[in-house]
Design a protein around this ligand. Structure first.
Ligand code: ADP
Ligand code: ZN
Ligand code: ZN
Length: 696
C-alpha cells in the first residue's frame, strides 16, 4: 500500500511537503504516523492513498511507515482541506502548515503515552447558567443570525454587549445540538483569561479549553486532544486556534476582527480571520466577525446592496448602543499648537487628570513608544544612537541606563560621553512611556487621593511586563484600584474591562496621520476608538467620562469622526481614498520579500524574478492575460531596510482579481526556484511571500 504523507520539510527544500511511503499495515487518511525522513524519524499526517509508487520513484526506494499513532481518531477531511487551502493560498509547503497546526508535543509521544493521555479524557459536562435578559439590539442580532447563513459582521459599539451575544449564540447552538462545538477567537493572549472566565461562568469550567502560545506543551496537547476528540464544547484561543481540529464545529466567532494580530507574521502568513470565513463555509458553521471598528475589508464586504451594486458577501448586524444608560465618552481635542513649545502634556489635560484623581477616579494615558527616548543625540557632532546592525536607532532606557535596539536586541550601556567627539552632553530626543511616567510623577507630585494619600502612577508596556505573570499582576492592580494613573502603549487600549477609568488620553497620536503605510489611519482610528471604549465602562460614570486627544491637527477628518464616534463616516471617507488609489480592499496585494547580504543582491533577485515571470507569462497564451491583470512593481528597499545585518527588499504585486494574483504567485514560485540556483543570486539568504500583507 502506497500513501502520500505530509511531513514538515524545511521551507526552501524542493520537497513540497507530501512524500510517498509504503505501509505494511492499512491506514486511513488523516491518521498520524511516524516515518523515516533522511536520518531522522518524524511525525507525518496521512494525506492520500495511491495505487502505485510515483512514476519518478522506483518502488524499491520507497521507505516504510514506521508506525501509526493508535487510538487517535483521524484528522477529518475538512481539517485537511483547511490546511491544504491555507498552504496553497499563503504559498507554503503543505507539510509545514499541517505539522505546525498540531501541538508540538504530539511529535514526541509514543502510542502508549498517547493512549494514557487519551484515557484521561472524558466527555465534558456543560452546565448552562442563564445570562441576563437581552437588550432589544441583542435580540435582533441573534434573530438575524438564526435566519441567515452569514458570514455576519457585527458592528457594535464598545460595551454594547457583543460578548453577551457570543455567549447566547453558543447557548443556542448547544441547545440545538449538545455535541456541537464553538470556536471563539480573540486577538491577544492577555485577553483570553477574561473571556475564559466569562465563558466558564456560563458553561462550566469543563466545557472550555484555551489555545494560545502562552501555554506549556502539555497544556496545549491536552486542550488539542479535548477539541479533537469532540469533548471540549468551546475552544477559546488566539489566531493559532483557527487550525484546531474540531469535528463538530458549528459556530465561529472572531472578536475584534479588525485586529492586526490575526495575521501571522512568520512561516505561513495566514489571516486567521479570513480563514475563519473559509472554514465556516467548509464545515457549514455560521461565522460571526465582530468589532466596534471593523476592518475596511470586512466593512466593504458587508456593504448593503445599492443601485448598480449587488452588495457585499457578509451580512451586517448593528448594535449601536452601550448597555444600560451608558454613553460613549466625550472626545476632547487639545490643539498642541497653542501649548508652550515642547510641552508633552497640555495644562488642561494635567488639570483634568488631577481633578479625577482627587475624586478617586482612574486615568489612562497612551503613548505608542516604549523606553525613555527613541534616540540619544550629540548636539556638537551630530552623533545619534543608531544600531550598527539595523537601519534604526537604539532606544534609550533610563531605568537600566541602556541603549537597546528593538529590532535585533543589541543592548549596551549608555556611553558617558559622545563616542564620536567626547562631548559629555548627549541628550535624549523625543519621548517614550518611561519618560512620560517620570514626567507625570513630577507634574502630579502634590496631588492627593480622596483619602489623603499620594497619587499612584504605573506603567504597562512590553518592558514592564517582560517577566512571566507581570502583566497579570499589573492588570490586577489597576482593576483593584491600586493605580490612579496608568501609562502605557497600545497594549492597555485593547479589550480590558477597567471599571473605574473615566479619562483616557492619547498623548501624541499624530505620527500615524502621515505615515507611508496606507493602513496607518485605519489602525489609529481603531486604536483611539478602542481606547475611548476603556473610559466610562461603569454606566454610572459614563456621562462624565472623556477621551482626550492631543494633536497638532485638531481639525483632521479622522479626529472629527472620532469626536462623533462615527466609524461609518470614517470608513466611507477612507474607502473613497482607497478606491481612488486602487488600494485594498478594492484591489488585492501580495509582497515578495528577499533577504540578502547586500541590498543589491536582494533587489537583483526580485527584479530578475519580475522580468522572468513576465516573459514566461507573456510567452504562453494561457497565461498572457495575467500580465495585464496583475501589476508587478519594481523592487524597493523595505522601510526597515536592514535588520541584524541582513538587507531586505520587497516587490509588490497587485490585482483587482484575487484569483489572477494567486495564479501569478504560483508561477512566481517556480520562477524563484529556477533563479535561486543561478550563481548571480548566491548572496540571497531567503525569500518569502506575504499574501494580503498587513503592512507595505
Ligand atoms: P462588548 O463585548 O460589546 O464590549 P460586553 O458584552 O462586554 O460588551 O458587555 C458590556 C457590559 O454589559 C458587560 O459588563 C456585560 O456583562 C453587560 N451586559 C451585556 N449584555 C447585557 C444585558 N443584556 N443586560 C445586562 N448587562 C449586560
Ligand atoms: Zn559628538
Ligand atoms: Zn539592531
Amino acid at each position: 500500500m502506497w500513501i502520500d504523507i505530509a511531513v514538515q520539510a524545511p521551507a526552501h527544500s524542493q520537497v513540497g511537503g507530501l512524500l510517498t511511503y509504503h505501509s505494511p499495515v492499512s491506514v486511513q487518511a488523516g491518521q498520524l504516523v511516524r516515518v523515516p525522513f533522511g536520518q531522522r524519524e518524524v511525525l507525518g499526517v496521512v494525506w492520500a492513498m495511491r495505487d502505485q509508487a510515483p512514476a519518478d520513484m522506483p518502488a524499491t526506494s520507497v521507505r516504510d511507515v514506521l508506525g501509526v499513532l493508535q487510538g487517535l481518531p483521524p484528522l477529518d477531511a475538512s481539517w485537511r482541506q483547511l490546511v491544504q487551502f491555507s498552504a496553497q493560498y499563503y504559498q507554503r509547503a503543505l507539510g509545514e502548515v499541517a505539522l505546525s497546526a498540531l501541538p508540538p508535543q504530539l511529535r514526541d509521544l509514543s502510542s502508549e503515552q498517547l493512549a494514557r493521555r487519551l484515557k484521561k479524557q472524558t466527555d465534558r459536562t456543560v452546565q448552562t447558567t442563564p445570562g441576563p435578559a437581552l437588550s432589544p439590539e441583542q435580540i435582533n442580532v441573534l434573530d438575524q443570525m438564526a435566519n441567515g447563513p452569514g458570514p455576519f459582521l457585527l458592528f457594535g459599539s464598545t460595551g454594547s454587549g457583543k460578548t453577551e451575544v457570543y455567549l447566547q449564540a453558543v447557548a443556542r447552538m448547544l441547545a440545538a445540538d449538545p455535541q456541537a462545538q464553538a470556536l471563539l477567537m480573540v486577538p491577544e493572549i492577555n485577553l483570553t483569561p477574561q473571556l475564559e472566565e466569562r465563558v466558564q461562568a456560563r458553561f462550566g469550567t469543563e466545557a472550555v479549553v484555551s489555545m494560545h502560545s502562552g501555554m506549556t506543551p502539555a497544556q496545549r496537547l491536552k486542550a488539542w486532544l479535548a477539541a479533537h476528540a469532540g469533548h471540549a464544547r468551546i475552544v477559546l484561543g488566539t489566531r493559532m486556534a483557527i487550525f484546531a481540529s474540531m469535528p463538530q464545529l458549528k459556530l465561529i466567532v472572531v472578536d475584534e476582527e479588525h485586529d492586526p494580530s490575526y495575521k501571522q507574521q512568520e512561516g505561513a502568513r495566514y489571516s486567521a480571520r479570513d480563514l475563519a470565513v473559509y472554514r465556516g463555509r467548509l464545515q457549514n458553521a455560521p461565522v460571526l466577525l465582530a468589532s466596534a471598528t471593523p476592518s475596511l475589508e470586512s466593512w466593504h464586504l458587508s456593504r448593503p446592496a445599492t443601485k448598480g451594486d449587488s452588495g457585499g458577501r457578509y451580512q451586517r448586524l448593528l448594535m449601536p448602543s452601550r448597555i444600560g444608560t451608558g454613553l460613549l465618552p466625550k472626545v476632547r481635542r487639545v490643539d498642541m499648537n497653542k501649548q508652550p513649545r515642547r510641552a508633552v502634556l497640555s495644562t488642561q489635560l494635567v488639570a483634568a487628570i488631577q481633578e479625577r484623581v482627587e475624586r478617586g477616579e482612574q486615568c489612562m494615558l497612551l503613548l505608542n513608544r516604549r523606553g525613555y527616548a527613541p534616540v540619544l543625540h550629540c548636539a556638537d557632532c551630530g552623533w545619534k544612537s543608531d544600531c550598527k546592525h539595523c537601519s534604526a536607532f537604539r532606544v534609550f532606557h533610563k531605568i537600566d541606563r541602556t541603549l537597546r535596539c528593538h529590532h535585533c536586541g543589541l543592548t549596551e550601556r549608555v556611553p558617558r560621553a559622545c563616542p564620536e567627539c567626547g562631548n559629555a552632553d548627549i541628550a535624549p530626543i523625543g519621548r517614550g512611556t518611561e519618560q512620560l511616567e517620570e514626567h507625570l510623577g513630577e507634574l502630579l507630585a502634590h496631588v492627593l487621593r480622596p483619602d489623603g494619600t499620594p497619587v499612584r502612577i504605573a506603567r504597562i508596556d512590553a518592558d514592564s511586563t517582560r517577566l512571566k505573570g507581570a502583566l497579570e499582576s499589573q492588570l490586577a492592580q489597576v482593576h483593584s484600584g491600586e493605580v490612579d494613573v496608568l501609562v502605557g502603549t497600545q497594549m492597555i487600549a485593547k479589550g480590558h474591562d477597567f471599571r473605574r477609568i473615566t479619562l483616557v488620553a492619547a498623548v501624541n497620536p499624530d505620527t500615524a496621520l502621515f505615515s507611508s503605510d496606507f493602513r496607518a489611519p485605519e489602525r489609529l482610528f481603531a486604536l483611539l476608538m478602542q481606547a475611548a471604549g476603556r473610559a466610562g465602562r461603569d454606566a454610572a460614570q459614563s456621562a462624565t467620562s472623556e477621551m482626550w486627544v492631543q494633536t497638532f491637527h485638531p481639525t483632521h477628518a479622522l479626529f472629527e469622526a472620532l469626536k462623533k464616534h462615527d466609524y461609518p463616516a470614517f470608513a466611507t471617507s477612507e474607502l473613497a481614498e482607497r478606491t481612488a488609489a486602487d488600494l485594498p480592499p478594492i484591489s488585492h496585494q501580495a509582497l515578495l520579500r528577499a533577504d540578502a547580504r547586500t541590498q543589491e543582491a536582494a533587489q537583483a533577485l526580485l527584479n530578475a524574478a519580475r522580468e522572468t515571470l513576465q516573459a514566461q507569462l507573456s510567452a504562453d497564451p494561457e497565461t498572457a492575460d495575467l500580465v495585464m491583470q496583475v501589476s508587478v512593481y519594481p523592487a524597493v528597499p523595505m522601510s526597515m531596510q536592514r535588520v541584524a545585518d541582513v538587507e531586505r527588499a520587497q516587490m509588490l504585486l497587485e490585482s483587482p482579481k484575487r484569483m489572477a494574483l494567486q495564479k501569478t504567485l504560483w508561477h512566481l514560485h517556480s520562477v524563484l526556484h529556477q533563479l535561486r540556483s543561478l550563481p548571480e543570486h548566491k548572496g540571497v539568504i531567503r525569500w518569502l511571500v506575504d499574501v494580503d500583507p498587513q503592512a507595505i
